[in-house]
Design a protein around this ligand. Sequence first.
Ligand code: COA
Length: 145
Amino acid sequence: MEVVIRDMHIDDLPAMRAIECRCFSDPWPTEWFQQALVEQTICWSAIRNGSVAGYIIAFIDDDELHIANLAVDEPFRRRGIARNLIGKLIELARRNRCHYVKLEVRRSNAVAIRLYKVCGFTKLCTVRNYYIDGESAYILTLKVQ
Ligand SMILES: CC(C)(COP(=O)(O)OP(=O)(O)OC[C@H]1O[C@@H](n2cnc3c(N)ncnc32)[C@H](O)[C@@H]1OP(=O)(O)O)[C@@H](O)C(=O)NCCC(=O)NCCS
């Protein structure tokens, strides 16, 4: 399966928003994606046969690269797309001399926690009531070598 990772285009937004709504109980509104694009946050789309199969959004804050959003549409899962997106992000963190890659994940999101673990992340702490529905978040970090 050939998947190309490229910078996100404004035209990707409808497909991304549809994936977002399928993936999350608290999806990002379209404006947040638009804002990420305008602010030149790191926004990459994974493209399969011309269509958006997944995406990652991240930003650099001092010496940390923070993953703000990551999703892969269901038909394209378990094919290494998320691992590939994260791997490229870690390379970018290294090039930008970031010391850490950091993210929050729902405590119940066992699939994502497994993914981050295989990518080398470890748990830093738990933040209670992090999400709007009261669920806790795990803060995971990876030290950039
Ligand atoms: C989490 C998510 C991004 C993973 O995307 P993906 O492209 O399917 O992940 P990959 O194929 O790169 O998986 C890499 C590794 O993660 C682990 N993993 C991924 N999905 C898994 C699953 N359903 N069950 C167990 N392990 C899983 C495996 O170790 C996998 O390696 P393997 O397939 O060689 O065993 C995707 O399931 C998703 O979009 N979920 C909904 C949105 C979400 O939770 N985003 C993260 C928010 S913090």
